[in-house]
Design a protein around this ligand. Structure first.
Ligand code: C5P
Length: 258
């Protein structure tokens, strides 16, 4: 009797998801996995970078530096142009205020919005988000912090990766769609049953031989992607490069080959 060698469809789909050949979150391919941080002091400069990457980069992050300078209007403009937008506001407040703030921000249907990883903040954010498509991502510990900084911030003793993991678990149980963590925590997070299929966005990305700046928990784009990052957030290594498009393309080529 001949053996049936056909592979069940579900196994093929799971293989593609786990190997990130298809994106279960936003329907994007590997080439859209780099989120360029627009950390400029003016929207004109930010828009100039977006335009210089036109046709190459599709995902941009607008954070606190641009908010007082028309950043929300820029974020809406990028959405109108069909680009993906990550609004990185790291919100933290009482539940009623978070719910109200998130509900207003989600009207514009940005792709990602960050809040602090405290369960009560996330629950309120998820309520405020309602039926909007915006994914709520929880900040665990900033990639610019090391254990010494956590001591200063009165965070309980323990290895950072284990603390990030339990903060991530609590965030996900509270309803977060994903988390922000450094590439250093990816292996422990991807082994955790609660985090295995969640969105993990990693800042703290530095190509080999580039300046670390104020970041402390860093890895190369290759390593971060190999260890299971869903998206890489990259700022200075791209926008401070002599040729940002070449810098972006070099990183993209590296991760496309994984
Ligand atoms: O320039 P660089 O690549 O270090 O930029 C990293 C970006 O990611 C910055 O916009 C920063 O605000 C953001 N970020 C971070 N660490 C987090 C969350 C966000 O560096 N935990």
């Amino acid at each position: 009797m001949t053996k049936n060698l056909s592979v069940p469809l579900i196994d093929v789909v799971l293989f593609l998801i786990y190997n990130r050949k298809i994106d279960i979150f936003l329907g994007m391919s590997n080439k859209d996995k780099i989120i360029v941080a627009l950390d400029f002091e003016s929207c004109d400069k930010a828009l100039a970078l977006v335009e210089s990457l036109d046709g190459y980069a599709n995902f941009f992050k607008i954070g606190l530096g641009l908010i007082g300078r028309g950043g929300l209007e820029l974020a809406s403009e990028l959405k109108k142009r069909g680009l993906h937008v990550f609004l990185d506001l790291k919100l933290f407040d009482i539940s009623n205020t978070i719910k109200n703030a998130v509900s207003g921000l989600c009207e514009a249907k940005f792709d990602f919005l960050t809040v602090q990883g405290d369960p009560q903040v996330i629950k309120a954010a998820v309520e405020g988000r309602g039926k909007s498509i915006t994914k709520i991502l929880a900040v665990t510990f900033l990639t610019s912090l090391n254990r010494k900084d956590l001591d200063q911030n009165l965070i309980i003793p323990g290895e950072i990766d284990a603390l990030v993991c339990s903060r991530a678990e609590k965030a996900i149980l509270a309803g977060a769609d994903g988390i922000i963590a450094s590439p250093k925590e990816l292996s422990i997070l991807r082994e955790n049953p609660l985090c295995i299929k969640k969105i993990i966005v990693t800042p703290g990305i530095r190509p080999a031989n580039s300046a670390v700046d104020d970041q402390k928990r860093v890895a190369t784009p290759n390593d971060a992607f190999k260890m299971g990052a869903s998206y890489l957030v990259i700022g200075r290594p791209i926008y401070q490069a002599k040729d940002p498009l070449s810098a972006y393309e070099a990183i993209k080529t590296q991760i496309l080959n994984i």
